[in-house]
Design a protein around this ligand. Sequence first.
Ligand code: G3H
Length: 532
Amino acid sequence: MSLIKTTMNIPDQYNIKKTIEQKTYLVDGQLKSWSGETANIYSTISSTESYQPTLLGSIPQLGKEQANDALDAACNAFNKGKGLWPTMKVVDRIACMNKFVVQMKTKREEIVKLLMWEIGKTLPDSEKEFDRTIDYIYDTIEDYKQMDRDSAKFEKNSGVNAHIRRGPLGVVLCLGPYNYPLNETFCLLIPALIMGNTAIFKPAKFGVLLISPLLEAFQNSFPKGVVNIIYGRGRALATPIMKSGKIDVLALIGHSTSAKALQTQHPKVNRLRLVLGLEAKNPAIVLSDANLDVTIDECITGSLAFNGQRCTALKVLYVHEDIVEEFNKRFSAKVDELKFGNPWESGVKLTPLPEPDKPAYIQNLIDDAKKYGAHILNAKGGETTDNYIFPAVLYPVNKEMKVFHEEQFGPVVPIISFKDIEEPLDDIADSNYGQQVSLFGKDVATLAPLIDSLVNLVCRVNLNSSCQRGPDVYPFTGRKDSAVSTLSVHDALRSFSIRTFVASKDNPSNNAILKELLEKKTSNFISTDYIL
Ligand code: G3H
């Protein structure tokens, strides 16, 4: 008998009663009708007792011509720096963003429901993703106001007056991931827009229909061509856009292979700025004096929240050999206690995987690890249903195994025991990734030198806690193949802009011009107005 199953009584409010047939896309301020090829969007969650994927709707499969139209619209809206949006007063761009967020808030219910069906995220986590995104937009507005206030002044150095602000970079191609199709995408798009850039945005492969309820809000909140939303295969759309050489910023949360492929298509290497959040293989290091209650809870959340489909997930656990037996026993038991079910079920922690081929991929990692000597420690580990594979706790893991090297991005937890702390430190240094680490232990004399070296290998050392991106005001970045640029509410505004200024020699004639510019308020850039 199967140890894991979902119940089929879907609460009425979460049932799919009508599919969403997305027949338009947003280019140049118009919701353009599409009557060409479309692609069906399925959920791996079944609506019936006998398993079958649920049809959620369809999206346009746009091609090169539509991609180029979107690019032209974004370029025209930037208009070589003369466009309405990049030259607009900061206060007016903020007003557009406020108009958008007010409308977005009214779509919470629809978007939360689609998050559950499209990517299998639990109800509380789907609600959190929505609310966190709204907070992010408001925090971005506040931060931008402060940035503007701080630059609402002149400086004088060596006889030169200067008015220094941050200006937009140009046209942004924005591509988000399926695990946070709303939050992470908007953490790129919103700061890019508010700084005066124009954008082409292609929603993620899963989590695409949840953008539909927002299309009109995008259309009526921003001037035409500022946001262009296109649907279709990433490669078919992004390739002509990148090859045009007209993109100024590639903003992508996803895999480094996609980022590399896209950036190499751009013919003008130094024109292209990169804002990338990429994959990671964040390790936990569990020292022999770690508090096991706290450590196990944090490692469970760290490795298996949203089935391990987080770039910040703990993807390998290094446990000191003195405590590994005890750790493995208690950790495996806790994994088996996690409830699997559909996203709206109460207390559910593990949910269907949105990628139909993911269970087979995870099974392949398990088989490969077993071949090189690993065992599955937990009773339910590796048990498979139509849309899931229960997390397998694998031990002992070694470097022969694929699961040691690959970012599994799914429910499997590799454990390695160590005797000498240099073993995990060397592995982290040799890894292609460098996002975060979780360090569990108590003795300050041991922790101190470890912290001092780990901060130079990754970008966040989490003491006795799992890895995570939030709170969003903190810097989110990584070394090596894990990221380019830094994101946080404040840093994202910097990543999508550049310092640019007006300078003039300090003499009566120049000063009279500056004074008149300020008094007559004819320039939107030169302004010492204080935004309340
Ligand atoms: O997929 C990567 C996300 O940025 C992780 O964010 O740590 O808040 O789940 P999170």
